[in-house]
Design a protein. Structure first.
Length: 180
């Protein structure tokens, strides 16, 4: 199987995850700060829109015993960018773009364990293509600090900015914004 990749995705080997969390999937799920988790039997994925939130989550996973970069290569965890793929060398995943339900107009980024034969895609609960970052996304190379964005407010787990380019409000979901 493959897991959906959107924005900045933290991809974790399920075998390493279960070992680090003493085979307690529920305990691992409590570490996930938003509703972006999706997993198959080989990989788990948690997504973020802000790099600092992704970095903080990787540190939390490392404090639980998972290994990020060892000798320059991803070991148990890899950060995968929706547009560019893995951000560090990783010999245990395959990254690419696939058509959703064989519809070439609906392409999504996905990641699977290297050598996996399955082509099925898993997505977070409630995910739909029409309301996804795969359908419509924006990327600010300088991040939220970019001069084309003006911070307005934080609300409901989102940072809200005014885009000087599109003359519209844009939203960046933040970790910890999971509805209670």
């Amino acid at each position: 199987m493959a897991v959906l990749i959107e924005a900045i995705s933290i991809v974790i080997r399920v075998d390493a995850l279960l070992a680090a969390f003493d085979n307690d999937w529920a305990r691992f799920k409590r570490t996930v700060p938003n509703d972006s988790l999706c997993a198959d039997v080989e990989l788990a994925r948690v997504g973020f829109m802000a790099p600092q939130d992704a970095e903080q989550y990787v540190k939390l996973l490392e404090s639980s015993g998972l290994r990020f970069i060892v000798d320059g290569s991803s070991k148990d965890i890899v950060v995968v960018d929706q547009m560019h793929g893995p951000t560090s060398p990783c010999d245990w995943i395959e990254f690419g773009s696939i058509p959703l339900n064989n519809d070439e107009r609906k392409r999504v980024a996905a990641c699977r364990l290297k050598g996996s034969a399955s082509k099925e895609l898993v997505t977070p609960d409630g995910w739909t293509f029409e309301s996804s970052l795969s359908c419509s996304h924006g990327f600010v190379p300088g991040g939220a600090e970019d001069k084309s964005l003006e911070f307005l407010r934080s609300e409901g787990g989102m940072d809200v900015y005014w885009s000087k380019l599109s003359h519209k409000e844009v939203y960046v979901a933040r970790a910890g914004g999971k509805p209670k």
